[in-house]
Design a protein around this ligand. Sequence first.
Ligand SMILES: Cc1cc2nc3c(=O)[nH]c(=O)nc-3n(C[C@H](O)[C@H](O)[C@H](O)COP(=O)(O)OP(=O)(O)OC[C@H]3O[C@@H](n4cnc5c(N)ncnc54)[C@H](O)[C@@H]3O)c2cc1C
Length: 439
Amino acid sequence: MRAILLIPIYLSVVFLPLALAWAQGRRPRPMLDELATGAGLLALSIILAEFLLLGRFRSVTTRVGTDVVMRAHQLLARSALVLAMVHPFLYRPNQPPSIPGYQTRHMGISYDFVEVWPGIVAFLLLPALVATAIARSHLRSRYEIWRMLHGFGAALIAAFGVLHALRAGRYSDDPTLAAVWIGMLVVALSALAYVYVLKPLLTLRHPWTVQSVTPVALKTWELSLKPARKFTFPFRAGQFAWLNVGHSAFSLNENPFSISSAPSDTGKISFIIKELGDFTNTVGSIRPGTRAYIDGPHGHLTIAGHDAPGVALIAGGVGIAPMIGIMRELGATGDKRPVTLLYGNRVEDQIACRAELEQMSKRANTNIVHILSDPPAGWTGETGIVSPKVLSAHFGQPQHKDWVYVLCGPPKMLEAVEDALIDIGVAPAQILSERFSYD
Ligand SMILES: Cc1cc2nc3c(=O)[nH]c(=O)nc-3n(C[C@H](O)[C@H](O)[C@H](O)COP(=O)(O)OP(=O)(O)OC[C@H]3O[C@@H](n4cnc5c(N)ncnc54)[C@H](O)[C@@H]3O)c2cc1C
């Protein structure tokens, strides 16, 4: 299924409750009351559909990329928040039940706490959930704690939101719409259960053990795993996986890392990991033989299936990890296409797998360009950042327009490089990029 088809599927799910309400053909109320109800219906369906955008469903992430899924998740959560916040305030104050056949609660906002308390709970929890997600990097709590509370909070909002619709909703007392709300809630909670219960259960069948931990640059390690039992792990060069080392398969201690080994190198999987926080700072002390679990592969940062005449790899810092995987695979499969790697770092010691890159640069049609922003005395390579000038110097020829461009690095670098590539005539569809952060 093509990625573009996911959009109409998503829109159909989100607008289904609104369409079912409209199809009931009830006598319309004043415009503001109808808008208030519409905002509430749409907010709730967006919230329930958010559970399908958790970034852990391979059928979605491998098509559009986890970056896009997480961006959509964040944008839609903000939209649901706005709709939910205006929902109660658009209603006119309760009107006397002058229209025969209409219950009072269906005419406008109800001040009956017993009737609307689930809605109030969801109304108060939602801004807290969105605010703590936006401000997450400034919070003191560990990522794993935040993630657990985020999932739990979202489940509560979904459950209270549906309860509110069923108890107080004008259109949701229709059996079809009520059944749709319950169905959507069941799917949403099942999505959470799939990620946190079923997936770990499945990974239990495919345990890995740490084979080696090797320093490859300053505070950067390559961690290699081998299957603890005989099984295969198909992936495409450049994809990533969630890695859990030394914890129970059900632990929330798992982190996403790009796979740096080549798919052709069967029987092992490797990750290049830079020290950054709680887990990554401990990588250097992980002992061979430690049990590990992997959820993946995820992501679409792969040139597999792209028949472009040349491959441009542009990496900043540890963004080199998927590029190494892609270059290893190109070598292993004897791919003869021209390849240029632009690899930016601050200092020389940060260049990962330097000796191996040196060897790779001896392959035919392979050009590896190191760029340092803080070069040592006597450095003869490029200096500064991966700037538009550097990009146009290496990819400014007419033949480069048809190449595939793979980008990975700090978010600011990715934005600047994408803009610069588009400026020199590269079509956005030929640019693949992945950020190492969802914030
Ligand atoms: C798709 C993707 C691929 C990545 N590939 C690599 C790679 O190949 N090599 C590499 O060194 N780093 C990679 N990263 C970054 C890496 O995941 C984080 O550096 C790592 O998770 C930090 O964990 P920590 O416990 O050491 O630090 P913490 O202090 O716990 O977290 C530091 C930051 O890392 C991020 N992070 C932590 N845990 C998770 C999680 N479970 N899910 C998402 N983000 C999390 C958060 O932004 C957090 O603020 C990748 C990230 C993503 C999203």
